[in-house]
Design a protein around this ligand. Structure first.
Ligand SMILES: NC(=O)c1ccc[n+]([C@@H]2O[C@H](COP(=O)([O-])OP(=O)(O)OC[C@H]3O[C@@H](n4cnc5c(N)ncnc54)[C@H](O)[C@@H]3O)[C@@H](O)[C@H]2O)c1
Length: 257
């Protein structure tokens, strides 16, 4: 029997145009969810929504919405749009994220603020706007943390700091909203083949000794795929995760086992 955990349920997925967000939209729609799929990349978002709708089941559907999660106005309008279209909001999946690699001594304030703005502030803004609706539905939030939340990832200071903070935001909201029935969890992927990893550009002047540090973040079982992370996002967003809150689930193919 195919799973229908999201029949008659609605969700927002950010970062929906690519990688883990795209796979999450497809997974939720295949299980019956009405999904507002949010991204800044219009063409790729349209392709993602078309792909999800082609695999829709149990009444599921995806609707595209261009929004920048780091914009207070965009975040508020996107949540309002989801509630207006679907009548309720059962799940928020904050998957949008960016990665910039640079030696920390060369990290400009602009680059720092850009990464924190999307990964951390964007996650906060979407949570803040969605929480009143999730309290009403006793719904769930799933955030995108990273193994960088917990383990040193050289040349990714802004990214790692943002992801450490996303993990802290996740556990804090889990406790704060526990009495109102909102569950808040995160996934912490290691290396997954997506747009982010394809565009990683380590500093060109790394010494041989420094290059060895890259192996710290390599999985002994190879890179993961986006669908294997999306399946855990779906579990946490669904009633199968009913007794899970404040959890940051590592999905790294054994990198940090
Ligand atoms: N791929 C990995 O190895 C890995 C590992 C750990 C954590 N993560 C996290 O998983 C999440 C998804 O990453 P991915 O690997 O699928 O990357 P990806 O680059 O394939 O997808 C990220 C998506 O976020 C969108 N986005 C960027 N800025 C945005 C903004 N301001 N507003 C709305 N959308 C925006 C991009 O357009 C893109 O479609 C990210 O938060 C990332 O940090 C990924």
């Amino acid at each position: 029997m195919p799973l229908e955990r999201f029949r008659d349920r609605s969700a927002i997925v950010t970062g929906a145009a690519s990688g883990i967000g795209r796979a999450t939209v497809a997974r939720l729609v295949a299980e019956g969810a009405a999904v507002l799929a949010i991204d800044i990349a219009a063409d790729a978002l349209d392709a993602s929504v078309a792909e999800a709708n082609a695999g829709a089941a149990a009444g599921g559907k995806a609707v595209a919405r261009i929004a920048d999660v780091s914009s207070e106005g965009d975040a508020a309008a996107a949540v309002a749009d989801a509630v207006a279209q679907f009548g309720t909001l059962d799940a928020l999946c904050n998957i949008a994220g960016i990665l910039r690699t640079v030696r920390t001594e060369a990290c400009t304030l602009e680059l720092w603020n850009q990464v924190i703005g999307v990964n951390l502030t964007g996650t906060f803004l979407m949570c803040r706007e969605a929480l009143p609706h999730l309290v009403e539905s006793r719904g769930a939030i799933v955030n995108a943390a990273s193994t960088a939340s917990f383990f040193g990832h050289p040349w990714m200071a802004a990214y790692a700091a943002s992801k450490g903070a996303v993990a802290a935001l996740t556990t804090t909201l889990a406790v704060e909203y526990s009495k109102q029935g909102v569950r808040v969890n995160a996934v912490a992927p290691g290396s997954v083949s997506t747009g982010i990893t394809a565009s990683v550009d380590f500093p060109a002047d790394l010494t041989k000794e420094e290059q060895k540090l890259v192996h710290r973040i390599m999985s002994p079982t190879g890179m993961g795929d986006a669908a294997s992370v999306a399946s855990v996002v779906a579990l946490l967003a669904s009633d199968d995760g009913a007794h899970m809150t404040g959890e940051v689930v590592r999905i790294d193919g054994g990198t940090h086992a």
